[in-house]
Ligand binder design. Structure first.
Ligand code: PLP
Length: 399
């Protein structure tokens, strides 16, 4: 084998979601595309707002191409960072300037940069189950590991604060919080975050050093029923914001987002300087140039959340009526469903027989559950409902 030991592990455990997505393509060739109900991938189904394309055209027509496509400071264009800071100040009274912002290659780029900055080999980052499975790969890139706090036993899928202190030790460098949450759709309330902050202060004493809170919120703009997503730095100390336009502006392939670090986080200057170095050293160099300029002009644009909301209600109502136990999503675009059998792999396989592609949550720290991504065509959900009825009948769920 020529590839490294750690890469061997990564390849062996390569993303189940991507595999499922590819299986769906193969299934479609056999049983027809209309008979495959693919709920696997979180790829937005709502197009980017029209202003995005207009802005791209205008920038290409009006601006110097050497500027638009050139190298720049590793942190990103200064004026773009100023626009982002101004936006955060307008929205949250954040007290930021360009010096608090680094443009990044999506949330994934932002997360890898901050982990590169914080993690020594053997260090731990705490995540609350269920958690985005890629976190393990990102931490492993730097010799770190995810220490997973088990699911809250109260069934709320809010943070399991009771168990959190047990997972803190001197190797704990950071905690990662993702709200609205992928996969549950839960939004962590301000109250929960305040209680978490009290525990964090204790945790820092136990660890003997600052613990940073990595706030991963690519779904911030996707909140339903007039729910608000608390601005985490208002509640939790040492919060570092990792933001993305992948879902909020439907631009996942463009790899654009940013990190914003409030000035009062511990060792602000050191962290900010190291982040900018990390962006270069990890080979991103800088976030994609054209899309930095585009998003700077589209910060107040919103995706069509009504379309996702329609999908959410259709799927949630139908599946609960069929007898499945589902978490009612407050945000993001995923439905979290309890597997009627203990082993979610069996349930996923049973679904496949009926053309339904769901993602088992074992590797996301939550065995016994599956995730359905409803960022898909509304009519596909409609077509899938008889298959879900049959699936419910396999387990005798329908009354
Ligand atoms: N974090 C979470 C929770 C996600 O669900 C995703 C993508 O699905 C990411 C990070 C990565 O997003 P991006 O495309 O901005 O890198």
């Amino acid at each position: 084998m020529v590839i490294s030991e750690s890469m061997k592990d990564l390849v062996a455990n390569s993303s189940a979601i991507r595999k499922l997505f590819e299986e769906g393509i193969a299934m479609a060739k056999v049983i027809g595309r209309e008979n495959v109900y693919d709920f696997s991938l979180g790829n937005p189904s709502v197009p980017a707002p029209a202003r995005v394309a207009d802005t791209i055209r205008r920038i290409l027509d009006e601006q110097d191409s050497l500027y638009v496509h050139g190298y720049m400071q590793n942190a990103g264009y200064d004026d773009v960072r100023t626009c982002v800071a101004d936006y955060l100040n307008r929205a949250f009274n954040a007290g930021m300037t360009a010096a608090n912002v680094m443009m990044a290659a999506g949330a994934a780029g932002a997360l890898n940069c901050i982990m590169r900055v914080l993690v020594n080999p053997g260090d731990e980052i705490i995540a609350f189950a269920p958690y985005f499975g890629e976190y393990r790969n990102y931490a492993a890139n730097f010799g770190g590991r995810i220490a997973a706090v088990p699911v809250n036993p109260d069934g709320s899928f809010q943070l399991n604060l009771e168990a959190f202190p047990e997972y803190v030790n001197e190797k704990t460098k950071a905690v990662i919080l993702n709200s609205p949450n992928n996969p549950t759709g839960v939004i962590y309330s301000g109250e929960t975050l305040d209680r978490f902050n009290e525990l964090l202060i204790e945790a820092e004493k136990k660890a003997g050093h600052p613990i940073y809170v990595i706030c991963d919120e690519p779904y911030r703009a996707l909140a339903y029923d007039n729910e608000t997503v608390p601005y985490m730095p208002d509640h939790v100390k040492n919060t570092i914001l990792c933001e993305s336009f992948s879902k909020t502006l439907s631009l996942p392939g463009e790899r654009i987002g940013y990190i914003a670090v409030p000035s009062d986080v511990d060792a602000f200057d050191e962290i900010m300087g190291a982040l900018i170095c990390a962006n270069r050293a990890l080979g991103y160099i800088n976030a994609p140039s054209l899309f930095q300029l585009v998003v700077a002009e589209c910060l107040d644009e919103k995706t069509d959340i009504a379309a996702y909301d329609r999908n959410r209600q259709l799927l949630y109502d139908a599946l609960t009526k069929d007898g499945f136990t589902c978490v009612r999503p407050q945000g993001a675009f995923y439905l979290f469903v309890k597997s009627p059998t203990e082993d979610d792999t069996d349930f996923v396989n049973e679904g496949k027989k009926l053309g339904i592609l769901m993602v088992g949550m074992k590797s996301w720290g939550c065995p016994g559950y599956v995730r359905l991504a409803y960022c898909c065509d509304y009519h596909m959900i409609e077509r899938s409902l008889p298959a879900f009825e049959k699936l419910a009948d396999v387990y005798g769920l329908r009354k």
